[in-house]
Design a protein. Structure first.
Length: 353
């Protein structure tokens, strides 16, 4: 598996100074944390998940989450668990028969409801558990998170890593009067299990729901003041240089409207200068599908130190990957700064504009 797997080799050579490298679930944690890209969510009740993976239906897919929590009704839990086991069984058989190999398998995560469900799934899956890269823990709090982390830590084997991805989305985090204490408690807890924590995710949908807020395609999470302030505090706690975690961006939830209220957020001139009249058509297609707000939110994620993003539609995969790619200018700046970082030279001027 690698980012931009949908591109041909000649396109990789054309677009990249350094080609994307391959990885799989057995790659070092530090690499996987940055390799998730656009993480596609799907409910466990969705049919033929294994076929989509075996046939590589979604171009460029590197990671997905099969959800047993809020995407599933309370009356569907048993059915969803059985469907998940059936899908993973079919996928495991495909892997055993050579229809796909481990290097082509996207990183697969399961979003659970609670510790009891995790224990059931472990018993149900048996050997098939090796297909799973990790467990997504929703509504993660310092009061409920440790038993699940302990369980995952007990399942670690040298040849079968199983990571945790906690989602920060509880009222204790979004409410200002409890936020600092809760975030500090979560950080202290995760530090004890850092080797199995792949990244930290932000649940902006639950945060919005607490206040009855729903945004449209013209509005990013950074335009919602109460969520913007909370994200800033999460970044402050978890992206510090001395003990950083990779923090991934919240899901882009788009609720369509019949007519746009604000102007499109993508300039026309870069498209025309690069591609001429064809560029204008590309821009119009992006605007027509309301992707410009999505692109703006990704750029805001990156500017704030956030890497990757939760997505709910496969058409978003390539946008997340493309915008998270390191530019040549950024790479060369970093390369020269590190090359001269021997203490003999002070601040270097920026090499590129």
């Amino acid at each position: 598996m690698r980012l931009f797997s949908s591109l041909y080799d000649r396109e990789i050579e054309q677009y990249f100074y350094k080609s994307p490298t391959s990885f799989n679930k057995y790659s070092p944690r530090e690499i996987l944390a940055y390799g998730l890209g656009g993480t596609l969510y799907m409910p466990a009740t969705r049919k033929n998940i294994h076929e989509d993976i075996l046939t590589k239906k979604h171009a460029g897919l590197t990671s997905l989450v099969i959800c047993l929590e809020d995407a599933i009704g309370d009356n569907e839990v048993e059915k969803a668990e059985q469907m998940l086991v059936d899908e993973l069984t079919s996928l495991y058989e495909g892997l055993e028969k050579g229809y796909i190999d481990i290097d082509e398998l996207p990183l697969i995560f399961i979003r659970i409801r609670n510790l009891e469900q995790l224990c059931r799934l472990i018993d149900f899956l048996g050997e098939r558990l090796k297909l799973i890269t990790g467990i997504v823990i929703p509504k993660f709090r310092r009061s409920n998170g440790e038993p699940i982390l302990q369980k995952l830590a007990s399942l670690q084997f040298s040849n079968t890593p199983l990571y945790a991805m906690p989602i920060l989305e509880s009222k204790e985090i979004i409410y200002q009067e409890t936020r600092d204490k809760e975030l500090f408690g979560i950080k202290s807890l995760l530090d004890q299990y850092k080797d199995i924590v792949l990244n930290v995710r932000i649940g902006a949908t639950d945060f919005s729901g607490i206040f009855g807020i729903r945004r449209n395609s013209d509005t990013t999470v950074y335009d919602i003041a109460v969520i913007r302030d909370c994200i800033a505090d999460i970044i402050n706690m978890f992206v510090r240089f001395d003990s950083p975690y990779v923090v991934s961006g919240p899901v882009w939830e788009y609720f369509s409207s019949a007519e746009r209220v604000l102007k499109p957020q993508i300039r026309e001139s870069p498209f025309i200068e690069k591609y001429g009249t064809e560029g204008a058509k590309i821009r119009q297609e992006i605007i027509g599908t309301h992707m410009d707000g999505f692109i703006r939110e990704i750029l805001m994620d990156i500017a704030n130190g956030i890497v990757g993003k939760t997505i709910i539609h496969p058409t978003h995969i390539q946008a997340v990957q493309a915008l998270n790619a390191v530019s040549y200018e950024e790479y060369m700046d970093a390369f020269h700064i590190l090359s001269e970082g021997n203490g003999e030279i002070g601040v270097l001027k920026k090499l590129f504009r």
